[in-house]
Design a binder for this molecule. Structure first.
Ligand code: FES
Length: 161
């Protein structure tokens, strides 16, 4: 097990709390936009819950997604610290640049945009996370550069495959 995976971190946080599986899965989906197989696996090991049980829960609730809703999932934090430092304006800029709303994906499925609660880096507020990479002390003018970076990265990944 990769001790640093999100699934493992979330498992460590929720392990001792009874009936917390759904909260743990919400937390993973909140950061990544879906529940990747590897995180579900690490969560199972870390929480001592059979993987089959986790998949039962994931497939029972329509809310949970098992596939990435976009190649790059942009999670803009709207927790208190980030909100107070103006992350609503950053979120608006992402919407404008991408031409989509919160919870939506671009037609080419390149980007998915969502707002999430505190991602645990309040010291860097305002923050967004793209596929696990954290960007801190954001201003709306950073948005274009972040999107450029990911467009480049995604097209390089496609060329390699
Ligand atoms: S409120 Fe945004 S990281 Fe905590």
């Amino acid at each position: 097990m990769d001790g640093n995976s999100l699934g493992a971190q979330v498992a460590a946080k929720w392990r001792k709390k009874r009936g917390s599986l759904i909260m743990a899965l919400h937390e993973i989906q909140g950061v990544k936009g879906f529940v990747p197989w590897k995180d579900a696996m690490d969560l199972a090991v870390g929480m001592g819950i059979p993987l089959a049980r986790i998949y039962e829960v994931l497939t029972f609730y329509n809310f949970f997604k098992l596939d990435a809703p976009g190649k790059a999932v942009i999670s803009v934090c709207t927790g208190t610290a980030c909100y107070l430092k103006g992350n609503d304006k950053v979120l608006e800029e992402f919407k404008k640049e991408l031409g989509i709303g919160e919870g939506e994906s671009t037609p080419d499925k390149m980007f998915h945009l969502q707002s999430v609660r505190c991602v645990g880096c309040c010291g860097l507020a305002p923050v967004c996370v793209v596929n696990g990479k954290t960007y801190g002390r954001l201003t709306p003018t950073d948005v274009r550069g972040i999107l450029e970076e990911w467009r480049k990265k995604l097209s390089e990944d496609e060329e390699q495959n």
